[in-house]
Design a protein around this ligand. Sequence first.
Ligand code: COA
Length: 158
Amino acid sequence: MSKAVYAGTFDPFTLGHDSVLEAASKLFDEVVLAVARDTGKATLLRFDERLALARDVAARHPNVRAEGFEGLLAHYLGQTGIFTLVRGLRNGTDFDYETAMAHANETLEPRIHTVYLAARGEAALVSGTLVREIYRLGGDVTHFVPPEVAAYLARRPR
Ligand code: COA
């Protein structure tokens, strides 16, 4: 049975992430959507909010489950025993960042292989930064995030 972990901060989970998750759920028998608590970034959404939204999104797919993790991703993968790591790629900037991260993860845990899935079409133009800014300034994020996330953000105090 093929298994993969799709890890991220997901602050918030966007349509870009959704396009990668959709592809991963077709390519692998089982996918764990792993939400990082420790990302080194100040996040808009708390860890519990990011995890709850990941669970809502995962519920759409019978072979996807969401989990949170603390500490290093490489250690988490060692604990799960799943060593295929999925990451989305939008452009050359992502590629530079991702190859450095893949190298670090593979150095920490040599059994890890990172698989890149290209974000498709308009989803490749979405970024968490843009969504957070639109949300903070009172705009409508419906076109950039899945319906579960849009519904939550609409009722969350800004
Ligand atoms: N389409 C559109 N946007 C995408 C995308 C896609 N397919 N894939 C990523 N993005 C965007 C996100 O919206 C986000 O944008 P932002 O920077 O403007 O907010 C950005 O790309 C990356 O976010 P995300 O996909 O959530 O991942 P991340 O890079 O924040 O995740 C972790 C990084 C969680 C995997 C990493 O920090 C980690 O492993 N943390 C644990 C600690 C650790 O092990 N650190 C060392 C790692 S070597």
